[in-house]
Design a protein around this ligand. Sequence first.
Ligand code: SF4
Length: 694
Amino acid sequence: MSARPPEVRSTCPYCGVGCGVLLSAGEAGLAVRGDPDHPANLGRLCSKGTNLGETVDLEGRLLHPLYKGARIDWDTALQTVADTFRTTIAEHGPDSVAFYVSGQLLTEDYYLANKLMKGFIGSGNIDTNSRLCMASTVAGHKRAFGTDTVPGTYADLELADLVVLTGSNLAWCHPVLYQRIVAAKAARPNMKIVVIDPRRTATCDGADLHLALKPGSDVALFNGLLVAIADQGARDASFADRVDGFEAALAAARAGDLTVTGIAPALMQQFFDLWIATEKVVTVFSQGVNQSASGSDKVNAILNCHLATGRIGRPGMGPFSVTGQPNAMGGREVGGLANTLACHMDIENPDHRQALRQFWDAPIMPERAGLKAVEMFQAVASGQIKALWIMHTNPAVTMPDADAVKAAIAGCDFVVCSDITTQTDTARLADMVLPATAWGEKSGTVTNSDRTISRQRAALPTPGEARPDWAQLAEVGRRMGWHAAFDFATPAEIFREYAALSGIAGGFGLDFDISGLAGLSDTAYDALTPTRWPVSAQKTGGRFFGDGRFFTPSGRAQMLALTHRAPVARLQPRYPLRLNTGRIRDQWHTMTRTAKSPRLSAHLAEPFLELHPSDATARGITPSALVEVTTPHGRAILRALITDRVQPGEVFAPMHWTGENAPSARIDALIAPITDPVSGQPESKAAAARIAPF
Ligand code: SF4
């Protein structure tokens, strides 16, 4: 009998729950099971994690660099990238180039990309697909807390007596976290779950209450809750001196109109009463809140209610954002957004800029934010951006106005794409395609939604000539002339520098401080077990804000005066329906990996449109017929799924399918490039559309 191969501890590459996995590669392929010792999942896995072993074959893998479709060697490829970026910058300035990166990158990759662009090229033009995912939460956290801090931990969701899931189909998009909540409710039947979502999703199946609010009306709803908190005398007097802005926030809330929510008054009152009567309440929010032209305000409307009641940073209570990607949090921490610096330092703060410049011994540092994702691709289209490096993301499919983005990339002077395949809409447009190591082959760290840093480790050999992203970035940095700053031989070396830098942020009194990990030996880095930040001499793991100390200049939290704003995309006679977009249970992003799994593809095999029976009848649309969906920006052909899970006047379509597998179902081609003025996050869930039989 052959010996069982040793298991490698790693994490799942999909959602921000960040489940631990145990991998063993053998003749039968890659076996995957949940890691019983990882605090995020305690051995559980969802369907996507369970079927990871079906996704690691090399069919379609990019195994060597390509330049204009022809194979070239690494030396020529990297020299061409370095030379082209250097000459473009010399001729047109640092803001003529950009990086568009991804929450699929490991922290070490992300850190080097940010260092190269902000500290050495000297532009803020690095943004990430997390702009489409979490930017509104970042903005909301910073406005209220002074820093982008998730106050609580996953354990709070199990300790709560009430979990409110708003703008989150947690059962499909963060399944293991949902399983943990459902298990907690089974053990304590008095625990309540409320879902706030225009759709009756799978998440509602385990809920006590579902509030089907009108798309975009979250601010009005939580303003209503704030008024009820005040009127029922539920404000926490002992926390009042830790919070500024209560009166102004309340006055703005009183001026609001609850009817815009479309929720029956009695049902809404039931929710308000339950929330107020339950001290241990966690409000979980995700893309339904973030992906909106008023996403930042929605986040702050939720935070307002927790701050007014002091229900934050204590066991079983607090606002809780869940991130979409495996390392969206890591990207936020390294400064992967165009308007942030590494370790939660601020680009507008001259002291932070100076400290970072000194630490990196950097020649230059941008004094203002770079272009956020939507602006970045508009600048590519206008010719302002002339050289673009895209890493592990597929903006030709996922950006709003995706057809325009696709045309912009096609027209750009020089596009580099680091990916694991050329079979994406974006990679096919690139001049240079660099083969990157994939999940299962690469090694580094990620941070999940509750601030836990975990190792991803390699269990598979590196195929062909693939190289890790950090190695590609370091080599380009050296070839651009910055030898010492990019002289890294391992991800452990990068992590140590990053951890040391975070001590400077800690010295400014910021939240993100992992300086306690700066001295990790290579062996200790290899063996690092899941660790929640901060990790410093002052503070380790745990919750933030229970002590009433925030990271604002005053040390107090800031409540905001907020007013409901309807979605910017207006309904009109020609486009009378509200188009919502989102994920399905068994696919991930643009399906590069999940489409390889027959079991995952069996769940929902083709793109579809959920529509209400009344809307179907009015247009003569029958079950499973093809439907044409049209917005001012594009058109898609989808299979009709007639269901009362959506409200009359509202339709829903998943965002996963691409030009590679369903050219007529590129949903983000239908979405307008409308963004939140604070966060720059697109309004991806409230397009104005019409439908007709195809
Ligand atoms: Fe992976 Fe998320 Fe599923 Fe966990 S819940 S196994 S992290 S997709």
